[in-house]
Ligand binder design. Structure first.
Ligand SMILES: Nc1nc2c(ncn2[C@@H]2O[C@H](COP(=O)(O)OP(=O)(O)OP(=O)(O)O)[C@@H](O)[C@H]2O)c(=O)[nH]1
Ligand SMILES: [Mg+2]
Length: 337
């Protein structure tokens, strides 16, 4: 799957169909009056959230969307048919902005949600409509109204319950692959992951979505490495799982670098509930683990979990901790609403 989280599109709703000028002419009927029908309305342009999509890649190949013109009115007072709508299918978490890429038009967060981006023009009136007591045979009709045209930005912010953050090689993708069916690329060089991956994890019959994003390094907020733009995809998470590899010489420093990047990014990311975990503990002896855990605990001021995505040791504990926070945040949000 190719990933694209931003796309610019041009849309145009359909023009209304023209009204008709027509007079009734029938055998044996002596006085035929005007009978021109109205034009049909032009097609609308809609955005619709569909299941099973998590990229805007389709909009790299097509950026222009035009709905159909309404049918013209006809004699015998027949209204023209409505022009066909155009539907832009988008993934859950798509936000649509004005051309300035700042003014939010709609935030689409549920499958099935739809939003009308441009309304088709109304059809014109046929000559029948213009009949009055003083003008019983008008020879004119309206043209249809024009459709609207707009340039818009589609921006995707994935919706996951939990987000994985850490330096490159912290083991984020290995963790995702161990606890979900996702198959992200895993390798021992930095920036193996180039775009976000989602997976569904489950523990104790509870399911939740995890997002694995590219690793962050010092200066990511200034564009170093892959930069921090993918942090947008964990903005809506309820919990962050911050991984620090047991293979790091200085686990405290590794922790602080990421915290600093989260703070520099803003958008309340640094206020999110964080679970800190020492990953890859299969590479250390029991004694070494305790030492690094203690250092990380002091650095973060939190109790630090430990796991290995290779030996699977500690994985369930981490999943339970994530599930617990997600559950709690869900309940809190219910009370707020
Ligand atoms: N021994 C051991 N190796 C691990 C473990 N988890 C990950 N690794 C190795 O560490 C390296 C990096 O793992 P990834 O999962 O690709 O790391 P990442 O955090 O996704 O890295 P980026 O995508 O570059 O940010 C790979 O060679 C993995 O095989 C673990 O629990 N134990
Ligand atoms: Mg990775």
């Amino acid at each position: 799957m190719k990933f694209l989280d931003q796309a610019k599109v041009y849309i145009r709703s359909g023009n209304g169909g023209a009204g008709a000028v027509s007079f009734r002419r029938e055998k044996f009927i002596e006085f035929g009056g005007p009978d021109g029908g109205n034009g049909g309305r032009g097609g609308d342009v809609w955005a619709l959230v569909v299941d099973g999509l998590n990229t805007l890649i389709d909009y790299r190949y097509q950026q222009h969307f035009r709905a159909k013109t309404g049918g013209h009115g006809k004699g015998r007072n027949m209204t023209g048919v409505k022009g066909d709508d155009i539907i832009l299918k988008v993934p859950v978490g798509t936000q649509i902005f004005e051309e300035d890429n700042k003014t939010l038009i709609c935030d689409l967060i549920e499958v099935g949600q739809r939003y009308r981006l441009a309304k088709g023009g109304n059809g014109g009136f046929g000559n029948l409509h213009f009949t009055t007591s003083t003008n019983r045979a008008p020879r004119y009709a309206n043209p249809g109204l024009s459709g609207e045209e707009r340039t818009l930005w589609l921006r995707l912010k994935l919706i996951a319950d939990g987000g994985l953050v850490g330096l490159p090689n912290a083991g984020k993708s290995t963790f995702l692959a161990a606890v979900t069916a996702a198959k992200p690329k895993i390798a021992d060089y930095p920036f193996t992951t180039l775009y976000p991956h989602l997976g569904v994890a489950s523990i104790d019959a509870r399911e939740f979505v995890l997002a694995d994003i590219p690793g962050l390094i010092e200066g990511a907020h200034e564009g170093v490495g892959i930069g921090d733009r993918f942090l947008g995809h964990v903005e809506r998470c309820r919990v962050l799982l911050h991984l620090v590899s047991a293979q790091e010489e200085n686990v405290a420093k590794a922790y602080h670098i990421i915290r600093h990047e989260l703070e520099s990014y803003g958008h309340h990311l640094s206020n999110k509930t964080e679970i800190v975990a020492l990953s890859q503990i299969d590479t250390l002896s029991i004694g070494e683990r305790a030492v690094k855990q203690e250092i990380l605990q002091r650095a973060s001021g939190k109790s630090v979990m430990m796991f290995s995505a290779v030996s699977h040791e500690g994985l369930d504990h981490v999943l339970r901790a994530i599930a617990h926070i997600i559950e709690k945040e869900r309940q809190d949000n219910v009370y707020e609403a």
